[in-house]
Design a protein around this ligand. Structure first.
Ligand SMILES: *Cc1c(COP(=O)(O)O)cnc(C)c1O
Length: 399
């Protein structure tokens, strides 16, 4: 099931998204990869599996198909899928020993910051959180015991960008691996392995699944020794992705390209409308000319993505009023689904980061984050405009 010999080796992204890792079922011709709801597999003789499968924690054919599909999309050699994005971060850390050190970005998904500081610091692993938009900060934080440089680009929620090639060079000079959380960009817009990253991490719960109906995570890379170590821990620790969820992500990646094109064009329109609006103080979007890392965006991303963050006049009160006033944008955590979502990171997705740490990293209390969906753009623009008016009134702001 997991080969895709029927498509040419040099097939382009959108073709591989639909076919890589999948072939019609040899026993009945089913075009879609079956959901293999089985925990175990019949063996030929003791410890001689018939088709290479023994137990579904170790490997499952639906998961194997997805792992091959994601490896193809990231131009990697292998993929490993986990029960959540955080389970894949956890899996990376299974390779560490007490006394090891990680240089991490200072603007990370809140749950990533939490697992690092609340779980792994207790295990004696050290972290330095630095502003990775300037490679000099990464370089200065490197230590002899640094094993990973861990960055999100674009970051969550400030959409700041890290130069992947520069970060890789610094990591490798220190004999560390560069991990890039590529959840916001997706492989359709950015392929970190091509720029020298060692491991790509995804929350499959976001754009790759694409329909807000599952939780999953993945690691993708090229180095075989890294794969062997991670596969050992995947089996030994057990946080693997379930077959039905693997099927749902396989269905999601087939439309990734068309979805991302629409996410990007809608987000560009929303970002431009916000930046021209008198009730808005600041808009952060890698497709606007004033984005501080615009040249990095142009170098390593094909389009700026579907996420837009902004601060409106009226601070927290304005932000809360805006998030409660939208009609099409649903007030909810998460991102990357076909439907538009709005949230206020400091009190929602990033509440696990202490207020002073958040503020020091430039995350204002009144920041609003939009996951711009693929609805009709005119409807989205009308919704944003009416919510801004209501927010201004609620916060007592005059334009
Ligand atoms: C959501 C998210 C995660 C965590 O993924 P889960 O699937 O929720 O565990 C990690 N990184 C980024 C950038 C995310 O947005």
């Amino acid at each position: 099931m997991t080969d895709s010999h029927h498509i040419p080796k040099d097939a382009k992204f959108e073709t591989r998204a639909i076919h890589a890792g999948q072939s019609p079922d040899p026993t009945n011709g089913a075009v879609m990869t079956p959901v293999y709801l089985t925990s175990t597999y019949a063996q030929e003789a003791p410890a001689v599996p018939r088709h290479g499968y023994e137990y579904s924690r170790t490997t499952n054919p639906t998961r194997t198909a997805l792992e091959a599909n994601l490896a193809s999309l990231e131009d990697g050699a292998w993929g490993l899928c986990y029960a959540s994005g955080l389970a894949s971060t956890n899996a990376l850390m299974d390779r560490m020993n007490p006394g090891d050190h990680v240089v991490a970005g200072n603007d990370l998904y809140g749950g990533t910051y939490r697992i690092f500081t609340k779980v792994f610091e207790r295990y004696g692993i050290e972290f330095s959180f630095v502003d990775t938009t300037d490679p000099a900060n990464i370089k200065a934080a490197m230590q002899p015991n640094t094993r990973y440089v861990y960055v999100e680009t674009p970051s969550n929620p400030l959409l700041s960008l890290t130069d992947i090639a520069a970060a890789a060079e610094i990591a490798h000079a220190g004999e560390a691996q560069l991990v890039v959380d590529n959840t916001f960009a997706t492989p359709y817009l950015q392929r970190p392995l091509e720029h020298g990253a060692d491991i790509v991490l995804h929350s499959l719960s976001k754009y790759l699944g694409g329909h807000s109906d599952l939780i999953g995570g993945a690691l993708i890379g090229r180095d075989e020794k890294t794969r062997e170590e991670l596969a050992f821990y995947q089996n030994a620790v057990g946080g693997c992705l379930a077959p039905l969820d693997a099927f749902l992500v396989l269905r999601g990646t087939k439309t990734l390209g068309v979805r991302m094109d629409r996410h990007c064009s809608n987000a560009q329109a929303v970002a431009e409308a916000l930046s021209e609006h008198e009730l808005v103080d600041r808009v952060i979007y890698p497709g606007l000319p004033d984005h501080p890392q615009l040249t990095i965006a142009q170098r390593q991303m094909s389009q700026p993505g579907g996420m837009v963050s902004f601060e409106l006049k009226g601070g927290v009160e304005g932000a809360n009023a805006f998030a409660s006033a939208t009609k099409i944008f649903t007030l909810a955590e998460s991102l990357g689904g076909v439907e538009s979502l709005v949230e206020v990171p400091p009190s929602m997705t990033h509440a696990s980061i202490p207020a002073e740490v958040r503020r020091a990293a430039g995350l204002a209390d009144g920041l609003v984050r939009l996951s711009v969906g693929i609805e009709n753009v005119d409807d989205l623009l009308v919704d944003v405009a009416q919510a801004l008016e209501q927010a201004a009134r609620a916060a007592g702001v005059r334009a």
